[in-house]
Design a binder for this molecule. Structure first.
Ligand code: HEM
Ligand code: HEM
Length: 173
């Protein structure tokens, strides 16, 4: 140990601390949930700033896209990527596409926020930032829709229980 903290890569290394949660949370799911929380903090911070300084209400389009596209939509995506493969008992159609979605959705939204804010000041590149950001966000949404749709199409239907067979033991938690 040579006097230094052991290198800990995940919370699962700590006994008794949410080990199941830590092992089950895949990187794209954790990425979406973290990104959603960051957008929640940023979006509500801008909301409070607008409430305190009403002139800044000109930034409301940035504010509510941070919250609706950033927090609400990304949290829904993170939860859906986690639960849909479990509900369908099929692997997610493409985890790589889910990672691509994570990256382009966040770059896209950051560009949209920049564009919405800069547009107010008449900066010429604002509409380009908004257009590119909007396209990236839309591509992310389409990738998400395809991934979840295809995963649902692969739903595994368990075989019927033979007559007289005992039910499988239920998980206790
Ligand atoms: C700390 C929390 C929040 C604060 C202090 C806040 C504050 C504000 C303020 C000051 C405005 C501008 C109102 C105006 O036009 O003068 C606004 C607009 C708006 N906010 Fe928030 N907000 C908060 C959270 C949220 C959340 C969580 C959402 C959605 C999930 C949201 C969605 C919106 C929308 C859609 C508008 C635009 C309304 C319109 O243009 O008619 N806000 N907010
Ligand atoms: C690809 C993603 C998206 C793009 C590119 C996009 C783009 C835009 C643009 C350019 C506007 C007009 C802003 C203005 O000039 O006033 C707008 C308005 C708005 N968007 Fe989005 N948006 C997206 C996703 C969403 C989502 C997911 C939500 C909600 C869950 C949402 C809610 C709204 C609302 C409430 C307005 C205001 C409508 C109004 O003032 O009448 N947007 N959006």
């Amino acid at each position: 140990m040579n006097g230094r903290r052991p290198h800990v890569t995940s919370v699962t290394a700590w006994p008794g601390r949410g080990s199941e949660f830590g092992t089950m949370l895949t990187s794209h799911v954790a990425g979406f949930l973290r990104a959603a929380l960051v957008w929640l903090v940023l979006g509500t911070s801008l909301g409070v700033a607008m409430a305190i300084h009403p002139v800044w209400a000109v930034y409301r389009t940035a504010h509510f896209h941070m919250l609706l596209l950033g927090f609400v939509t990304m949290f829904i995506a993170g939860v859906a990527y986690h639960v849909v493969p479990r509900f369908t008992m099929a692997a997610l159609a493409s985890t790589r596409l889910a990672m691509v979605h994570l990256v382009i959705a966040n770059i896209g939204l950051a560009l949209m926020v920049l564009g919405f804010c800069a547009r107010v000041h008449g900066w010429v590149p604002a509409s380009t930032a908004l257009a590119v950001g909007g396209l990236l966000s839309a591509l992310g949404a389409w990738a998400f829709a395809w991934n979840i749709w295809v995963t649902m199409g692969r739903t595994v239907v368990p075989p019927p229980r033979p007559a007289g067979a005992r039910p499988l033991p239920q998980a206790t938690r």
